[in-house]
Design a protein around this ligand. Sequence first.
Ligand code: GRF
Length: 202
Amino acid sequence: MLKVAVFVSGRGSNLRAILNSHKLRKLIKVQAVFSNKAACPAFKITEEYSINNYVVGKEENSISNNNLSEFLKSLKIDLVVLAGFLKMIPNDMIVDFRNRIINIHPALLPSFGGKGMYGMNVHKAVYNSSAQVSGVTVHFVNETYDTGKIIAQRCIDISDIGSPEEISERVLAVEHELLPYVIEKFALNKIIVGDDRVTVLP
Ligand code: GRF
């Protein structure tokens, strides 16, 4: 079983999609969930599933950024999934877990990414640009926001859309499929990281 840590900052609908996936149940175990906020709504989900949760950052009783990588190693984590996590990942953890940290982004990178591009900010920017397609990207995490190698993307036609909220709804439904799909491929060793491109085997 692949040991997975999920990092969240919000409601955790992607976390729930991972936990509800029948295919993943046989392949992975969500070992721990981390958030930068003690009052993170997604922690309610961890209680339902009896998964340990931890706060990272400077709050009292939290794991400091300096200790995070070692802590994940002590849990023998194989894959880190950022599912709506809004803080920067410490550099030493990126080095220690190179090509083992993935992030889901609610648009088609390399457009509409970077610092400050999260949640509704993304969908508003897409809406205001008058883009006719949006989508979902799952990528490896490197030292800068939203620039790691892309693993998988899905396009969504938004030519008929009336608001950023509608884009968000349509995109979220696809996120809930694409993230478990990529985790499944990772668990089956079907993600090949080449020098130039990442390939996902059928
Ligand atoms: C998702 O749109 C994800 O792509 C983005 O933050 C949102 C998190 O949603 N990075 P949830 O907490 O999984 O419901």
